[in-house]
Design a protein around this ligand. Structure first.
Ligand SMILES: Nc1ncnc2c1ncn2[C@@H]1O[C@H](COP(=O)(O)OP(=O)(O)OP(=O)(O)O)[C@@H](O)[C@H]1O
Ligand SMILES: [Mg+2]
Length: 446
């Protein structure tokens, strides 16, 4: 006899009051209660054996979802047979995102099956109409019965199947209600096998609990190919990030904004591209981490003759102590003298710039403010400065570079020690000594 945690699925030979894996109390039940594993081979992958070199690659080309940011997040589109789990709190916009992807795929001629165990076809229709989705090519199934899904998917051979949500579907042969650990696990297995055997892409939505876990079955994460989370940001902002990504990378995120017409891509907070074209001395951009995301921040430095015995050093969103240090560094290595001048430094794009990697942009803004030489708005500067004027290694340089490139910056100035970076559109300019900044600015952003 064995016992299983209803929250995370950990198996133990004896009953436990508190689960050592997930820390939940009173979640262990006898595994026997859940009945036997399926005796039929229906839920299992059945793709045969073959010498690897002879395995035929079944149209492994990526399929575009039609939402460019999402395709990027998934590594360039979805792969046939891929199972993608989208987790998020109630009401965040999971169904909206699913309907929008379904609509985009359908309008590019793909056959789509949309299964909802939560909403009836007429409710789905109302939602789709609001999102201006043309329903051709989309078959809706209002059913929580996994068997119905399997039969219909067999008949239609859709390119994409949406299951909204995985907690609302159940396999009748398994017994028990939808949403129980046993059912979610079983549904996960069956859907995964169905995807691999049919090469349809499956999108599953899942509710997450207050603790931030996929409700009950964390174990679904191991079965699927990609796990995305959609979380609320500021106001209408929604952030989609990849926690697991078998055919792409993690760490990237997609910023969306939820409006009456659904979700739209809203990448590029902080710096408005129009503003970048204006020539403003004393301004420089950097890309900084804000939680898991990269954002653009603008630093402005204004210098004016001081009427005080002790010139002012005022900052907003930036450490005053750091500014004092950086102005000493700027004077020593760039010859930018601020004596007799008041300095005002302002940051926009983030509430507070706490990252040392913003040093290079801050000094550049300062130098520009003092010298009156404008910094090209299509350049972005990142790197921590030492007292010797040396530019130190940058963490997550590749991710920041990719972000800057995507956001229309033409040149990215980063420390030479940043490691290997996959070249995209933007030019990479390496800098190891601050003194080089003068010639970089003069080169005018490539
Ligand atoms: N008919 C509507 N009119 C206006 N706004 C709506 C309408 N339906 C939904 N919304 C908005 O869209 C948001 C996202 O809804 P959606 O159904 O996509 O969320 P969800 O994550 O699927 O929620 P759930 O977990 O309850 O299924 C809702 O919070 C709501 O603000
Ligand atoms: Mg929903």
């Amino acid at each position: 006899m064995s016992f299983e945690c209803a929250e995370c699925g950990r198996v133990s030979m004896k009953w436990l009051g508190k689960c050592p894996s997930c820390g939940e109390w009173d979640t262990y039940t006898e595994s026997g209660e859940f009945g036997q594993e399926p005796s039929s081979s229906e839920g299992l992958l059945d793709a045969g054996a073959e010498t690897l070199s002879r395995v035929k690659v079944s149209s492994r080309e990526r399929i575009k979802t039609g939402i460019p940011g999402l395709d990027r997040l998934l590594g360039g589109g979805v792969v046939p047979g891929e199972v993608i789990l989208l987790g998020g709190p109630p009401g965040v916009g999971k169904s909206t995102l699913f309907l929008q992807i379904a609509g985009k795929m359908a309008s590019s001629g793909k056959k789509v099956l949309y299964v909802s165990g939560e909403e009836s076809p007429s409710q789905i229709k109302i939602h789709a109409d609001r999102l201006k989705i043309n329903g051709e090519n989309i078959t809706v199934l209002g059913s929580g019965n996994l068997e119905n899904l399997r039969i219909l998917a067999g008949k239609l051979s859709p390119e994409a199947v949406f299951v909204d949500s995985v907690q609302a579907v159940a396999d009748p042969s398994g017994g028990g209600a939808p949403g129980t650990v046993k059912q979610v696990k079983l549904s996960g297995q069956k859907i995964t096998a169905l995807a691999k055997n049919s090469s349809s892409v499956f999108f599953l939505s899942g509710q997450i609990t207050k603790q931030g876990d996929m409700a009950g079955p964390k174990l679904l994460e191991h079965m699927v190919d990609a796990v995305l989370y959609i979380e609320p940001g500021d106001g209408n902002e929604r952030v989609v990030s990849a926690v697991k990504n078998r055919f792409g990378s993690c760490g990237d995120f997609l910023l969306l904004s939820l409006g009456s017409r659904g979700l739209t891509e809203a990448e590029n907070p902080g710096a408005d591209a129009g503003m970048r074209n204006r020539v403003i001395p004393g301004r420089a951009y950097c890309c900084v981490k804000s939680g898991k995301r990269v954002v653009t921040a603008e630093i402005q430095a204004l210098l004016s003759p001081s009427y005080f015995e002790y010139p002012l050093r005022r900052t907003s969103g930036f450490s005053r102590e750091r500014l004092l240090m950086l102005s000493a560094v700027a004077e020593k290595y760039l010859g930018a003298k601020a004596s007799g001048m008041d300095i005002y430094m302002n940051v926009s794009g983030v509430t507070r710039l706490q990252e040392r990697s913003a040093d290079l942009a801050a000094v550049t803004a300062l130098y520009s403010g003092i010298s009156g030489i404008a910094v090209p708005g299509n350049m972005v500067f990142m790197g921590e400065l030492g007292l010797g004027g040396e530019v130190r290694r940058l963490r997550d340089a590749a991710e920041r570079y990719a972000f800057a490139s995507r956001n229309g910056f033409k040149s990215v100035v980063i420390p030479g020690s940043s490691g290997k970076i996959k070249r995209q559109q933007a030019e990479i300019i390496f800098i190891d000594q601050l003194s080089r900044i003068k010639e970089i600015i003069a080169s005018d952003g490539g």
